[in-house]
Design a protein. Structure first.
Lengths: 152, 152
DNA sequence: GTAACTGCAAAATATTTGCATCCTT
DNA sequence: AAGGATGCAAATATTTTGCAGTTAC
């Protein structure tokens, strides 16, 4: 429902070879739907939610297929969910060792108040915090909002 | 849909006087619905989502009223939303100067993997992070998950 | 050829809106 | 008494499920 879109920061491995590789590496059969959605994530480094994906892909694909494909990708650790304040799940590519299963997406996400684009700040690591006695941390998420590089 | 429930940490101002005060301070008329929902938040320090509130209150109140009441509370700065990975908005009381309008909810939230209760770690402040050139931070959210004090 | 994937239909769930009625001030 | 708040009905949006047809390997 909002413009959660593109931001190119990193690698430029948007070729079919890599897409196929990623799918095969995760024991997934290579289908058009999966290739298209994965390509979207590779092209638009940053976060996407269901609505944006649906808009980008258009009527070529059933809405249900998008739901199921995203679920499969999350299960395989190809993408991960980013916490949001509104109730729209945002997904982003897992970097690093993520394909292995458990992902190491311990980087900060930035949401721009102006353009609403979510950017993965791959090189900003989430700092450790000291919790009260008795709390055992396993995972942390951090979302910073403000004005991004492009909108300043 | 999940058990996002109670956790008492702080103040014990769960008396009707305070509830009325909060509503009046925010130019809201004092109604049963608002008193009940606000009481819930005061009693159960921690986060609540729509489903939990609906369950706690039962059939005394229309579902629509809960939606509208929560929206009003957010607008007035009485409660704020907590980012989540699933698509359920969680709400928590604003502490400190929050009633003023802009809230200072710069504390860490903890979600227990075992009991699914969200706790406001009021005394754990979100650390500052250094962002890449050009990013202007305005606000930060941090959610840590793991095992909480009660479940360890 | 077989298992897995997809599209379609439909169910289940969640959220929003309009309006008449009731309650707070 | 007047304006806002609530309940009800219904519209809209979102997500899930079942099943039959199709595709990847």
């Amino acid at each position: 429902m909002d413009a959660t879109n593109r931001r190119s920061t990193c690698s430029t491995f948007t070729n079919m070879e890599t897409i196929n590789d990623i799918l095969k590496r995760n024991d997934l059969s290579v289908t058009d739907s999966r290739k298209k959605i994965l390509e979207l994530f590779l092209k638009q480094n940053g976060a996407l939610n269901h609505g944006v994906i649906e808009k980008s892909i258009g009527d070529d694909m059933d809405r249900v297929t998008i739901y199921r494909t995203l679920q499969v990708f999350v299960d395989k650790g190809i993408i991960h969910t980013i916490p949001t304040n509104d109730n729209s799940i945002r997904y982003a590519l897992c970097k690093d060792h993520c394909e292995a299963g458990h992902h190491h997406d311990n980087h900060v996400h930035f949401v721009c108040d102006s353009c609403h684009i979510t950017t993965c700040l791959d090189h900003v690591t989430i700092p450790e915090v000291v919790l009260p006695e008795g709390f055992k941390p396993k995972h942390a998420e951090m979302v910073v909002s403000g004005i991004c590089k492009e909108c300043e």
